[in-house]
Design a protein around this ligand. Structure first.
Ligand code: ADP
Ligand code: MG
Length: 637
């Protein structure tokens, strides 16, 4: 298979005339049957690297991705392009899963999206050997690593596909956030057949990074937003703050709105669309705002609150400047933030006894007796649960995350499941039924006219649309569907919107619940390490911001010349090279002895003017300390 076919596919289905950097290399590697790790920044175009070869290759491409909402969006997009794609995730009934798998085996589908925890289910395992899999694509591959910021234990099951699939397809792992340790982990945990890593630089030359130490963030924000042009995102930590900041900005005459996960899907879509089109200029959001952002002209991303890791920060700021025009990434930071961040650690890591309490309460709440419950799926209303047991929300959430990490259960985000209908009688029997039951005839005809594929699978239906088309009320439409279901003509699954808890193991008694050091202590260590790196970034005043970010991802980089640190340094009119040399010499001297400025200037082999400039700069930035006698020392605090 050659790349020209893929180029044609790219033009035919996407309308793009050329590949983005690295897309072609990744696709070639996949076509050659090699396991491949592709590292590309957010917005780099990772989806194309598996979707294009997935179409070109014979058979079906398995796509593993953690977010159900994302999965649904991509499947819908492919279907719009007339490419047959299916999804398999936790919100589905057993029967739906079975039908989906059968269609993947016998229908000529090109893509099957699977959430990772489904891979280890008995049903999937029993059918998987019959799938003719061309390629296994693993999106958000950093989720496989405990070193990553978003570890999901179910990702460790992906490697089981190697034995399960009879076609030995190549694996393509993709991520936008990979530190050297995470890269090692991905290769190892996916059992790569070769160390085949393809990467583009993560450098974003058009983004200027700034850290601003401000106490009064509100005033700073208003002043800044008056100066900068274009639209942008302000990230905050809490839902409450999102609302407050947006209202404050609106009060000052800015076009601003807020966005967080507590808002209904419809309203969220509306807010996002309005920001996308430029109608709303500024969106104040929690980190729930991110998926599917594809706006090219985001001029600024401002962080009101410091994120918990460089990975998150880089991903969020990466949404600025996709059009390659100059853009801003600003982090607001002060001492209180640092204390708050450190103060929130205990909530992130509840005592192990507390986690066990919550496990037991959860089992009681869901009425699961000891020894039972394996592979059961439960609707889970978190608000109701915490209210009933008087639990703090954040501690409860984090306890569930530990139970998930340990592999006892899976906790999915809220998913919006539409109603679904599947005819369980054949066309002939249906016809007989229609003749015998005239009062159902027109409703059945309406269903058949409105949707296709209902004889072979569950098809999403919309009661409101059916009501509008038929002139019936919504209630009446639902009644019809329920009665047809009771008569065993169709299966009707009413839609709902709820998070789920899936028990991957039976309920254990308290003594047997183990929270291993690997999943607790080590997780904590890694969390603290990430936090420290983030704080280091916020507090540093001497190192180019872009260099700091890229070094974190294991990349050597040049000073950007545009961040706050570089800009200050530019004012000195020294070359980067000279500046570094002089600082190094100063450091060497003042580390070993106490000297005054005059002495220092004499001992360094550069023009007096330049050395004085650097000393003054270091004093201004609290890197050098001068005591009463005028003696200099290096300030390490
Ligand atoms: P990622 O997953 O790496 O963040 P996506 O796959 O979501 O990125 O793609 C980001 C954007 O780039 C999408 O709007 C996509 O349509 C666009 N894109 C992908 N490949 C190309 C290409 N070859 N030419 C132009 N645009 C592309
Ligand atoms: Mg992506």
């Amino acid at each position: 298979m050659d790349i020209e076919i893929c180029r044609k596919i790219l033009i035919k289905y996407w309308g793009f005339t050329s590949f983005k950097p690295l897309q072609e290399e990744i696709i070639k590697s996949v076509l050659a049957g090699e396991d491949t790790l592709g590292l590309m920044p957010t917005g780099g175009g990772k989806s194309v690297t598996f979707q294009v070869p997935g179409i070109a290759m014979e058979g079906i491409c398995l796509v593993i991705t953690p977010l159900i909402a994302l999965m649904k969006e991509q499947v819908a997009r492919l279907n719009e392009m007339d490419i047959k794609a299916l999804a398999l995730h936790s919100g589905m009934t057993r029967e739906e899963i079975e039908i989906t798998l059968d269609n993947s085996i016998y229908g000529d589908y090109k893509f099957l999206y699977v959430s990772p925890e489904r891979i280890s289910s008995p049903l999937f395992k029993s059918k998987a050997p019959r799938l003719n899999v061309s390629l296994v694509a693993i999106d958000e591959a950093h989720c496989i690593s405990q070193w990553g910021y978003d570890f999901r234990p179910s990702y460790l099951k992906i490697v089981e596909l190697r034995d399960l699939l009879r076609t030995s397809p190549p694996f393509l792992a993709l991520t936008a956030t990979a530190t050297p340790k995470v890269i090692e982990d991905i290769i190892e945990k996916l059992n790569f057949r070769g160390k085949n890593i393809l990467r583009t630089s993560f450098e974003r030359k058009n983004i200027s990074y700034f850290v601003r130490k401000v106490e009064d963030k509100g005033t700073f924000l208003v002043n800044t937003l008056r100066k900068v042009k274009g639209s942008g995102i302000i990230y905050v930590r809490s839902r409450k703050r999102a609302r407050e900041v947006a209202e404050m900005l609106s009060g000052k005459g800015f076009s601003a709105d807020y966005y967080h996960a507590g808002i209904s899907n419809e309203l969220r879509d509306k807010k996002q669309a309005s920001w996308n089109s430029g109608e709303t200029r500024i969106i104040v959001a929690t980190n729930a705002f991110g998926m599917g952002i594809d706006k090219p002209d985001v001029r600024f991303v401002i962080h009101w609150d410091i994120p918990e890791s460089i990975e998150s920060y880089f991903q969020e700021t990466g949404r600025a400047g996709r059009d390659n025009k100059p853009s801003w990434a600003v982090l607001l930071f002060n001492e209180a933030d640092k204390n708050r961040l450190k103060g929130s650690i205990p909530q992130k890591f509840p005592p192990i006894e507390k986690i066990k309490d919550i496990y037991e309460m959860l089992c009681n709440y869901l009425k699961i007796p000891v020894g039972a419950g394996k592979d059961t799926v439960h609707d889970f209303n978190m608000q109701e649960f915490v209210a009933q047991y008087h639990l703090p929300v954040i501690v409860t959430y984090n306890s569930l995350m530990f139970l998930q990490r340990e592999g006892y259960l899976e906790f999915t985000e809220e998913i919006n499941n539409p109603s679904r209908v599947h005819f369980i009688v054949g066309r002939d029997d249906l016809y007989k039924f229609q003749v015998a039951n005239e009062d159902y005839d027109s409703f059945i005809k309406l269903l058949l006219r409105s949707y296709t594929g209902m004889f072979t699978s569950y098809v999403p239906v919309n009661e409101d649309i059916l009501a509008r088309k038929s002139g019936l009320s919504r209630e009446k439409v639902c009644q019809y569907l329920i009665r047809l279901s009771a008569l065993n003509i169709i299966h009707y699954i009413p839609g709902k919107r709820t998070p789920l808890v899936i028990f991957t193991e039976e309920r254990l008694d308290r003594k047997s619940i183990l929270i291993s050091p690997d999943n607790y202590l080590h997780v904590k260590e890694k969390y603290l390490l990430r936090l420290e790196k983030m704080l280091e970034y916020a507090e540093s005043e001497t190192k180019c911001r872009s260099v700091m970010l890229l070094e974190y991802f294991g990349e050597d980089a040049e000073r950007c010349g545009n961040c706050d640190v570089c800009r200050k340094r530019n004012e000195l009119e020294l070359s980067k090279y000279e500046f570094d040399l002089i600082i190094n010499e100063i450091k060497t001297i003042v580390y070993s002895e106490k000297v005054n400025a005059h002495n220092l200037v004499n001992r360094i082999n550069f023009s007096e003017e330049k050395v004085v400039k650097v000393i003054r700069w270091l004093l201004d930035h609290n890197k050098l300390h001068q005591d009463e006698q005028g003696l200099l020392s290096w300030n390490n605090s």
